[in-house]
Design a binder for this molecule. Structure first.
Ligand SMILES: Cc1cc2nc3c(=O)[nH]c(=O)nc-3n(C[C@H](O)[C@H](O)[C@H](O)COP(=O)(O)OP(=O)(O)OC[C@H]3O[C@@H](n4cnc5c(N)ncnc54)[C@H](O)[C@@H]3O)c2cc1C
Length: 408
């Protein structure tokens, strides 16, 4: 007899989303989380795709008031004529996406989890060792100075880009260091943003300006390593002038920026996402460049689809940790993960190259994309997370409930 049906390693945004999807089903679950509290400051602002909002809504953890809708996405390249504009009404959705503070989303996800009778929260605690067996995974954790041992029928590694579980299992990864950093800062705007998100490609790097509540926006600027220090050292007025120059006429003057922060950027993809009774989700499988705002959205789709497979196995009285269930899950997720990585990586390579004739081709490409409805729709569907099969949760359908007995 195992201690847990499901043990989730990592209570970040993706691990917490999976727990939200599976609570109330009679499954005995645990989350092992290294951080002491879910309210720790997190300066990231996340672009949440429309499809992700649908999943969070179905889970009852969408806090609309704290989210700013994106109604238009404006993609352009400095010094070129081409541009693309995506409008929510052309696509028949109330918004193309939303911008939320990662900290607000984290707190909203944890609210129901803090009071879930079927979930044990082990925090601050870290996974120290795992060993895989046909009937269960044995997990050793370090919690508040003591070592504890548990067994679980299914181990979900949602322990982020530096996943210790992935490393312990010797799962190979493909890694690419972009030699770039994301420079983040909130901005107070002198006039309303009209819910427009800008994606601006320049020789200096990419600038994404996302609308936020209360006439604010947030800037994500990807810069090469050698430029980072000098940009962090600029005084506020010089930094505002640098950003305004990149946007030319698109932004009104007098931008005032909050503190600037930076994150290193790389691409990582695990070559396998399942092992015996173990599955990796979220950043543990794929860590993406934030330029297209895909990372959490992709991880949330992992969680939504995995929850669907677990629910189906539970209802059918099947073993949810069975290799065939996990492999079917991995096959399904592979396609979405590869498309999202190719989309994000392709954007960086295409817009990162200063070599002629690439800039001219980019201008033509953007112009063509703007006038070709089919191309625009494909781009929008990728950005909204609405390409490929949609999980039940994304379609607004709750997961089927088991008939009563413990079906594992
Ligand atoms: C600057 C920036 C901007 C971004 N913008 C966007 C955006 O606009 N839209 C978008 O979709 N995505 C965006 N992302 C990506 C997004 O933040 C991540 O994809 C997402 O947070 C991944 O969630 P996760 O739960 O998989 O991993 P994490 O958030 O890394 O969570 C992992 C959790 O596991 C815990 N943990 C780690 N090791 C252990 C252990 N051994 N034992 C126990 N617990 C452990 C950690 O404490 C952590 O809480 C951005 C990322 C960055 C850096």
């Amino acid at each position: 007899m195992s201690d847990y049906d499901i043990l989730i390693a990592g209570g970040g945004l993706v691990g917490a989303s999976l727990a939200c999807a599976l609570r109330g089903r009679g499954l005995h679950m645990a989350i092992v989380e290294a951080r002491a509290s879910s309210t720790a400051p997190d300066p990231r602002r996340l672009a949440i795709a429309y499809g992700s909002r649908c999943i969070l809504d179905t889970l009852g953890v969408w806090s609309g008031g704290a989210a700013c809708p994106i109604q238009t996405v404006h993609i352009s390249q400095q010094g070129s004529f081409g541009q693309v504009q995506l409008h929510h009404h052309e696509l028949g959705v109330p918004a193309l996406g939303y911008v939320v503070a990662a900290q607000d989303l984290n707190e909203t996800l944890w609210q129901p989890l803090n009071h879930s009778p079927d979930l044990d929260l082990l925090r601050p605690a870290t996974i120290e060792h795992i060993s895989l067996h046909p009937d269960a995974v044995q997990v050793t954790i370090h919690e508040s100075g003591r070592t504890r041992h548990f067994s679980t029928r299914l181990l979900v590694a949602a322990d982020g880009g530096r996943s210790s579980i992935r490393e312990q299992l010797n799962i190979p990864v493909s890694r690419h260091d972009y030699r770039q950093f994301a420079l983040l800062a909130d901005v107070n705007l002198p006039q309303p943003h009209r819910h427009i998100a800008y994606e601006r490609f320049t020789a200096e790097g990419v600038f994404a300006l996302l609308p936020m509540t209360q006439q604010r926006a947030t800037l994500v600027h990807t810069v090469r390593q050698y430029r980072l220090e000098s940009l962090l050292a600029l005084d506020d007025a010089a930094f505002a002038a640098y950003v305004s120059a990149a946007f030319n006429d698109y932004l009104p003057g007098n931008l005032t920026f909050g503190p600037r922060l930076s994150y290193p950027l790389h691409l990582l993809k695990a070559r396998q996402q399942t092992r015996q009774r173990t599955v990796l989700i979220g950043n543990a499988v794929h860590t993406l460049h934030p330029v297209a705002g895909q990372g959490f959205n992709l991880g949330l789709r992992d969680a939504a689809v995995l929850a669907e497979y677990i629910a189906a196995a539970q209802c059918a009285g099947e073993n949810m940790g069975a290799a065939k269930t996990l492999q079917r899950y991995a096959r399904e997720r592979d396609r979405d993960q590869h498309t999202s990585i190719a989309f994000t990586d392709g954007l960086i390579r295409l817009f990162g190259s200063p070599l002629p004739p690439v800039p001219i081709a980019r201008s033509l490409g953007l112009t063509l994309l703007d006038i070709l409805p089919k191309g625009k729709r494909l781009l929008a569907q990728q950005m909204m997370g609405l390409h490929g099969r949609q999980s039940r949760l994304a379609r607004g359908l709750t997961l089927p409930q088991p008939r009563g007995a413990d079906a594992l």
